[in-house]
Design a binder for this molecule. Structure first.
Ligand SMILES: [Fe+2]
Ligand SMILES: [Fe+2]
Length: 369
């Protein structure tokens, strides 16, 4: 099969020597990266490398037709047109070579912006596409040097560079790229994700679940968000939620916030409903350690979180909401310059069956106060 694909490549790109050079560069780089990895399937690497850009010269209509017939319309919504070729190439691999192996198909599909938790072959193809020697850019060469030492760190830099480049060029960036960037930032050991004067912010991990379990089931703490008996949620459920928040691009991201000095847990921050098109996001926060209230941590946490999502996700509109009964939260958000969008009466029925009113705010990027 490899020989057939090779001939196909030579024919498809006979008038595009640059593309051919790139594709062979990806193959060579992938094999070099795999050199010291035992038991890696080199044939799969070669097939994925050969086919990753096979439909690159095709029309927009071709990409769309292939994607809708082999996968789903959701891909057209989740990705931007310049990235469609990855999915039409995977469809082509299925159609032309009857390739059913998900390792190969996924490596082709995700070679443009990656995704969280890529299997090894997928990760190698992704990074090889970025660093192959014919890439002229200096940033690619810098990542190349890292890739042979620490592939996760290289993947992080590659995705982060791409996000920043797309953003400068005013392209819409798929959410999955941000999720992948965050994932590899953590797996390459770059914790905490960010810090403020007194606080350190980490993406929640499975081993943080007992802390959330304590907080979320504590009625004294949860009464302010409408659960006077706590959430009554199991440790296992929380572990699943944390896992999802870290992997799924659509899920709300959960962060745990520590005191920088004492390394003790203070509270949580979350952000979701990310809309890369209108550059908006909804945030939430909670101080889990009630003894720490009244020390300005809520303000520091909110401001830090806003600053972070503004730079890391290129967001400029931030939404936040709270129960109308929660005067402490309203005072905090208003002190940060939040403007009231609306008050929705009887918006939510709490577990005791009582209707609750909710106030919705917009925080303009968190520069206020
Ligand atoms: Fe490509
Ligand atoms: Fe490529």
């Amino acid at each position: 099969m490899i020989e057939r694909i090779h001939q196909d490549l030579m024919e498809t790109f006979k008038d595009d020597p640059g593309r051919l050079k790139h594709i062979f560069g990806v193959k060579e780089t992938a094999l070099k990266l795999a050199q010291n990895i035992p038991n890696i399937d080199q044939d799969k690497l070669i097939i994925a490398a050969y086919l990753h850009d096979i439909t690159k010269g095709k029309s927009q209509k071709y990409h769309q037709d292939m994607i809708t017939s082999y996968f789903s319309n959701d891909i057209l919504k989740a990705y931007t047109p310049p990235l469609y070729h990855a999915f039409s190439a995977a469809a082509y691999a299925q159609a032309t070579y009857d390739i059913k192996d998900d390792t190969i198909l996924d490596a082709i599909k995700h070679h443009t912006v990656g995704r969280p938790a890529m299997p090894l072959i997928e990760k190698i193809i992704f990074i090889s596409d970025y660093i192959e020697p014919n890439r002229p850019y200096k940033v690619c060469q810098e990542v190349r040097e890292i890739a042979f030492q620490d592939i996760d760190l290289a993947v992080y830099h590659a995705i982060n560079n791409s996000i920043n480049l797309f953003s400068e060029e005013k392209h819409i960036i798929p959410k999955i790229a941000y999720a992948a960037r965050d994932y590899y930032k953590v797996t390459s050991g770059q914790d905490p994700i960010f810090e403020t004067d007194r606080l350190s912010f980490y993406f929640a991990q499975k081993n943080d679940a007992p802390i959330f379990h304590r907080w979320w089931n504590d009625g004294n703490l949860m009464v302010s968000v409408g659960f006077e008996d706590g959430l009554n949620i199991s440790l296992q459920k929380i572990e699943q939620q944390i896992e999802k928040s870290f992997i799924d691009p659509e899920a709300t991201k959960l962060m745990i916030v520590y005191h920088k000095a004492t390394k003790t847990p203070l509270g949580e921050a979350s952000f979701g409903e990310f809309n890369p098109k209108d550059k908006s996001m909804r945030i939430g926060l909670k101080i889990g350690d009630l003894t720490q209230q009244g020390k300005g941590y809520g303000k520091e946490l909110t401001r830090g979180l806003c600053q972070y999502i503004k730079t890391a996700y290129h967001v400029n509109t931030i939404y936040i909401d709270t129960l109308l009964d929660n005067k402490r939260a309203q005072k905090l958000y208003e002190s940060l310059g939040a403007e009231t969008l609306e008050i929705k009466r009887r918006f939510w029925k709490d577990p005791k069956g009582k209707w609750r009113d909710v106030i919705f705010y917009r925080l303009k990027g968190g520069n206020h106060g």
